[in-house]
Design a protein around this ligand. Structure first.
Ligand SMILES: Cc1cc2nc3c(=O)[nH]c(=O)nc-3n(C[C@H](O)[C@H](O)[C@H](O)COP(=O)(O)OP(=O)(O)OC[C@H]3O[C@@H](n4cnc5c(N)ncnc54)[C@H](O)[C@@H]3O)c2cc1C
Length: 509
């Protein structure tokens, strides 16, 4: 049996940070295990920023879907998740947003000492020394028109506080995508004390009593076990980490027993508290501009890789607007993302157009990840329960958000670029129509969090040191550990969280 000090499961946004930081001083043997390929960067679709929608449903995507969602006209919603060294940062839309002060201050107020906005800024800064960020090199003319329309409606430019309009910042380096693997693993991969095992599926965590002692993997020669002398760290993402805990006997005893999984620890909230950002796209034909990336040919891709010139560096989401739907709120509850293609992010752009994506930033609806079966290869049941909060707060907020986006679309300077609606009802102001539109078109913007929620309360799965309650030698460090959803696209906050976790682990050695 091979032995390591730290065994990290999942080489995504969080796992890459941990592998780098925990192996940095050379004293610990670190293993990073990843189910997906170790060389995603060899594919043009990964390198060339505009091509990321082509990755959905492919080899680098776990390609999950939700169970039918009653709040969304019983549709099953696609849930792409990166499957490669680099994780979801290899297929994501490359936006980098830190989130709002109120997000983190609320964590500190809930008892997470040291997690306030001010406390966490150094971790973002540390992350930004590694992850390369770039502004838009070639914003389309329709993008300043969107910003002007927001300004005319009274939205200020976002400055210190993430409220108002801003141009996107992307995780790019020299015109190419810069994943967490590029940022954190490329510089450390040759360290003798860091082993990266790609193409290796982890089946479960192994325990001796209540101590995690290793993992079971599917190796080249069948099932093997790998031993962790200090810690097993789950960084398998908001779907993968709770799934692995459940498969390993950590979760609600009733659910585990029903599927024949021996109970190691009855922890009723594993997989619960699932929260995601819902996006409603308002899509239109282009009027007087061409969308980047529509029908890109292989010659254009080869040319771009040679000279890095042209609009293939677009990340589609060129500008963002964070707004409050009610004056009395302390922080924005809606984001409107300005997309220079006609569809929501999870679909492939094939025509010229634009879309405004209306995102519910602080949903109250809570969902769950549960076992479908005890077979690790059976995807878990993913049930975000979008728009199911009892008071109807989520739907009401989204309706207000859609109406504000419609006002932006009607501003003359922006409206001149906006052609025919591609979906019926996108511009209707009637409450029933807007509600039906939201239910018919809403989808995930892929920010699943809190399925192994951190907290100081009894219901939380991990404590403020990322340790799973009631067990030793087992941590969860990724989007699933997030105490609550933030008003941000989640890659930057997850990277920050992993930077902080690395400090905690190094201090506790
Ligand atoms: C399509 C898409 C677009 C997005 N766009 C943006 C954006 O523009 N900006 C932004 O900020 N955020 C975006 N996000 C969200 C952001 O990328 C994620 O929140 C973040 O990457 C999550 O990091 P993580 O470490 O929790 O999980 P991941 O990065 O998903 O990493 C988990 C890793 O664990 C591996 N794994 C899982 N199970 C196993 C197993 N059993 N055995 C071995 N390995 C396993 C996976 O293959 C994966 O590599 C997007 C996400 C997606 C999917």
């Amino acid at each position: 049996m091979s032995r390591f000090d730290y065994v990290i499961v999942g080489a995504g946004s969080a796992g890459c940070v941990l592998a780098d930081r925990l192996s940095a001083d050379g004293t610990a043997q670190v293993l990073l295990v990843e189910a997906g390929t170790g060389t995603p960067e060899t594919r043009p679709e990964v390198q060339v920023p505009i091509l990321f929608p082509r990755l959905f449903g492919g080899e680098l995507d776990w390609n999950f879907t939700t169970v039918p969602q009653p709040g969304l006209a019983d549709r099953s919603i696609p849930i792409p998740r990166g499957k490669a060294v680099g994780g979801s940062s290899v297929i994501n839309a490359q936006l980098w947003t830190r989130g709002h002060r109120a997000d983190y201050d609320a964590w500190a107020e809930a008892g997470l000492t040291g997690w306030s906005h001010a406390d966490l800024q150094p971790y973002f800064e540390r992350a930004e020394q590694r992850v390369s960020l770039a502004g838009l090199r070639h914003p389309l003319p329709v993008t300043p028109a969107f910003v002007d329309a927001c300004a005319r409606l009274g939205h200020a430019p976002a400055a210190e506080v993430q409220e108002g309009h801003l141009l996107a910042r992307a995780t790019h380096r020299d015109g190419l995508r810069h994943s967490s693997a590029d940022a954190y693993l490329a510089p450390s991969r040759e360290r003798p004390n860091l082993t990266v095992l790609a193409d290796t599926f982890v089946r479960r965590v192994l325990f001796e009593g209540t101590r995690a002692v290793g993992i079971e993997i599917e190796g080249e020669s069948g099932t093997e076990t790998l031993r962790a002398e200090r810690e097993v760290i789950l960084s398998a993402g908001a779907v993968g980490s709770p799934h692995l805990l459940l498969l390993s006997g950590v979760g609600p005893a009733e659910e585990l027993t029903r599927h024949g999984v021996p109970v190691v620890r009855d922890l009723s909230t594993v997989g619960r508290d699932l929260t995601d950002h819902l996006l409603v796209p308002l899509a239109f034909e282009a009027q007087g501009f061409r969308s980047p990336g529509a029908n890109t040919t292989s010659e254009q891709i080869t040319q771009y890789l040679q000279d890095r010139y042209g609009t293939l560096d677009s990340i589609i989401s060129e500008a963002l607007l964070f707004l409050r739907t009610r004056e009395e709120l302390e922080a924005p509850d809606i984001e409107v993302v300005h997309l220079v293609v006609p569809l929501g992010e999870h679909q492939r752009p094939t025509a010229h157009g634009l879309a405004l994506g209306v995102i519910l930033l602080r949903p109250r609806s809570r969902g769950a990840i549960t076992l479908r079966s005890a077979d690790p290869h059976d995807a878990p049941l993913i049930d975000p329960r979008y728009l199911t909060d009892e008071a109807g707060h989520d739907l009401e907020t989204l309706v207000a958000g859609v109406r504000e986006a419609q006002r932006v679309l009607r501003q003359p300077d922006f409206a001149q670029w906006v052609g025919k609606p591609l979906t019926d009802g996108a511009l209707s102001e009637d409450l029933d129509d807007v509600t039906a539109y939201i239910r018919a078109t809403g989808g995930s913007i892929h920010h699943l969090v809190s399925t192994c929620r951190m907290g100081t309360d009894e219901r939380s799965v991990v404590d403020p040191t990322f340790a799973v309650r009631g067990l030793t030698g087992l941590r969860v460090v990724d989007a699933s550990a997030m105490p609550s959803i933030v008003r941000a696209h989640t890659h930057a906050p997850v990277t920050m969280l992993a930077e902080r976790a690395a400090d905690v682990l190094l201090q506790q050695r």
